[in-house]
Write a protein that binds this ligand. Structure first.
Ligand SMILES: NC(=O)c1ccc[n+]([C@@H]2O[C@H](COP(=O)([O-])OP(=O)(O)OC[C@H]3O[C@@H](n4cnc5c(N)ncnc54)[C@H](OP(=O)(O)O)[C@@H]3O)[C@@H](O)[C@H]2O)c1
Length: 397
């Protein structure tokens, strides 16, 4: 009996190894529709890597983005892209710039801003817009407020058409999980969970401060993540005790960070839904949506390696990402779709422009609680910024 089981086990191991070998080194599983089949089982997988879309028509293409209609729509508009010096933000900015948009990218240092500006302007084609840079660190509310004040003072002549809430990071700390046995969160400058503030909360503050300066038909686009499907049992904290508590203390530091990242990314989807309901589905022309860019080959993975001991990180970095991930421009494409399509509101998308429902984000009471919690956390920075663009908007309406 035991020897029969061992033989069966050996056969299974051999079959799995052959299948994995085929997956990594041949295109047979792709041609068989294996990945497409997997994504019908689990929406998290839709578009996560290009192979998962093999044979499925894209919901949006570069041809559509670089069409005369899109150029006509975007030319002369204003966009802000947070974290626009690198990766997906850089490619969002580049594509907007190439379609006639005046883009302001935010970065954490003058050098990063200058390098990105030079690279984007060097690629600008016939229809290029203008490229501006400003400093902002989303780990500090003071920095966010200062950016908003600078922006409003500098660009008082035209309302904001597009806000791309893209700046973000994931694993941020401890080389060694043993360094953090009580799973205490790393906090940002304002004493708030770092990932929550950097990825989500500072963008809430930015929206609240810039809201009076938005154009009619403004589009707000969050770069979220499929990690939003993987969060704490409470989904998203709506009070400080939960946000900073250690309700699941058995978790290793790596898992804590993983779930904290998922929490911050789910918050973005919940926020879009909360705002959409606040604005009113029928009455408001402002749209807010979130998208997962896919697994995208960007600097975010080098940063992970630099700070964390994630299991299998080298394998991810050296094998999976270069071979299977989206390239950064294609990671930006769904965000560009959301900036150019006015009928999507409070929704969440995967590449390329495929709407996906995350059941964790549909709870309206959670959406409202998160909004109220966010208001509470940023309240000291909410004094309205004085500026004249709103008056211009009102005339335009
Ligand atoms: N790459 C993926 O596979 C993937 C998947 C799902 C979601 N995302 C999301 O996509 C967004 C862009 O990431 P990426 O992949 O393009 O990575 P990236 O190349 O590292 O870009 C991240 C951008 O955010 C900025 N940023 C990080 N912390 C910041 C802070 N405290 N204040 C201001 N800016 C800050 C970075 O600035 P520095 O250059 O100064 O670090 C950089 O400009 C993130 O929100 C990320 O969560 C990425």
């Amino acid at each position: 009996m035991i020897s029969k089981m061992l033989k069966l086990g050996a056969v299974l191991v051999a079959l799995v190894s052959i299948w994995l070998g085929m997956c990594f080194y041949t295109t047979i599983p792709v041609k068989m529709g294996f990945y497409r089949f997997l994504s019908t089982l689990n929406p998290v997988l839709i578009g996560i890597m290009p192979i998962f879309l093999e044979g499925v028509p894209w919901g949006y293409t570069w041809e559509e983005y670089y069409s005369p209609e899109t150029l006509q729509l975007l030319k002369g508009q204003r966009a802000i892209v947070t974290g626009g010096n690198s990766g997906i933000g850089f490619d969002l900015a580049m594509a907007l710039f190439n379609n006639g948009v005046d883009v302001t990218i935010t970065c954490r240092s003058e050098l990063k801003c200058a390098t990105a500006k030079q690279a984007i302007e060097a690629e600008g084609g016939l229809n290029k817009g203008r490229l501006f840079t400003m400093l902002m660190d989303t780990s500090s509310f003071a920095s966010v407020r200062s950016f908003c004040e600078n922006y409003v003072t500098t660009f008082s002549d035209h309302p904001i058409d597009m806000l791309f809430f893209n700046a973000g990071t994931n694993f941020i700390k401890l080389k060694n999980p043993e360094d953090n046995p009580d799973c205490a969160p790393k906090t940002a400058a304002d004493g708030i969970d770092y990932l929550f503030q950097v990825n989500y909360l500072s963008h809430h503050l930015m929206y609240r401060l810039l809201e009076p300066f938005l154009a009619p038909n403004a589009r707000i686009v969050h770069t979220s993540s499929a990690s939003a499907f993987s969060t704490f049992s409470y989904k998203v904290a709506t009070d400080l005790e939960t946000l900073h508590g250690c309700s699941e203390p058995y978790l290793k530091s790596f898992t804590m960070e993983n779930l904290s990242y998922g929490q911050s990314k789910l918050a973005q989807d919940l926020w879009c839904k909360a705002l959409t309901r606040k604005l009113g589905l029928v009455n408001s022309n402002i749209s807010a949506n979130a998208f997962h860019p896919g697994l995208v080959n960007t600097a975010i993975f080098e940063k992970i390696t630099a700070v964390s001991d994630i299991p299998n990180q080298a394998f991810m970095q050296d094998t999976i990402i270069p071979k299977y991930a989206w390239q950064s421009p294609d990671g930006a494409l769904t965000g560009l779709f959301l900036a150019t399509h006015f009928d999507s509101r409070g929704k969440y998308y995967h590449p390329q422009a495929i709407e996906v429902v995350n059941e964790l984000a549909v709870d309206e009471s959670l959406q409202d609680k998160l909004w109220d919690f966010s208001e509470e956390l940023v309240q000291d920075y909410l004094t309205p910024i004085r500026g004249s663009v709103k008056a211009e908007n009102e005339v335009a309406e």
